[in-house]
Design a protein around this ligand. Sequence first.
Ligand code: KG4
Ligand code: ZN
Length: 356
Amino acid sequence: MRVLGIETSCDETSAAVVEGDGARGTLRSLVILSQDVHRVFGGVVPEIASRAHLTAIAPVTRQALDDAGIRRDEIDAVAVTNAPGLVGALLVGVSFAKSLAASLGVPLVGVHHMEGHLFATELEDADAAPPFTALLVSGGHTLLLDVPAWGRYQLLGATRDDAAGEAFDKTAKLLGLPYPGGRHIEAMAATATGAIPRFARPMLHGGQRPGDSDYYEFSFSGLKTAILHSVRAAEARGTLDAERAAIARGFQDALIETLAEKSVRAAVVFGRNRIVLGGGVACNRALVARVAARATEAIGADARVFAPGPRLATDNAAMIARAGLFRLARGETAGPDLNAYATMSLPGLVPGGAAA
Ligand code: KG4
Ligand code: ZN
């Protein structure tokens, strides 16, 4: 089966072709057009995002088909992100996918954006398959899940306020770095020398036990406030320029420690030796290295940590096509009434998680 994937949930217009059978998918092509315009505004402007998707969606799709070396009529299904995300942006992809599927007479599949992120790494490494612990960290979401099988997800923890990527972006802004700030923080943190300020590890303390509501949950707004105070104090001293890299490093260390520790806690409690990361923040090499180090300490030498390469970590249609292939193989297709939703819980959530 050949699935065309379409992704327009935020500020990337993307199309991809994935071929496979539900159990395994192979990437044939991937085109991602990032809307650079939002940088000027320091964040995504929904109205501008929708208009840019509208202009880009047809040529981006054509390019994905060309790159895969196939014609439109060689597609077996169209998979599209229909939730969660910016509704106006999602609608562009959903409307386009609907009309394309209808005109070709092939099935349409609605895909949950976060389920897409769960599948991304498997396109690069067949071993990134269930059972595993998943940590999805993007600009809009922070989710810790146990994944016993594809399509069965136990939500263990989410953020109570800011998402991990949002914390990176807000900290970057405080430090005068461009939007989106994650990779700028990572690069700046790597240059830090001298004393690194130690910020409290958000929602992390030794007294937490499995079953406590905060055992797996996250909260990053307090860390952001601590950074704000630290930046103001450095400004008052007139030393911000000299301290910027150390503050970036202190922030990143604190946030990473919480993400790594909670992921490893989940893997230990559920007896998983695989941890799969996804979402834009999974591009952060320091995060991946820390999760791997903690996993080896806590689980042993057979612990494995997977993270997608940058193109599949950030928003892309390949992961949507891959998740769509899985849903298609289960006969889960959508009708012409498929709609776009700003929020939607992950399909296949199994009860039992602290936050489920
Ligand atoms: O998954 P994604 O492309 O879009 C959303 O669905 O939100 O994630 C974007 C987020 C942004 O907050 C960005 O700052 C962050 O991923 N990010 C990073 C890095 N690269 C991107 N955060 C930390 N370190 C990075 N290297
Ligand atoms: Zn995303």
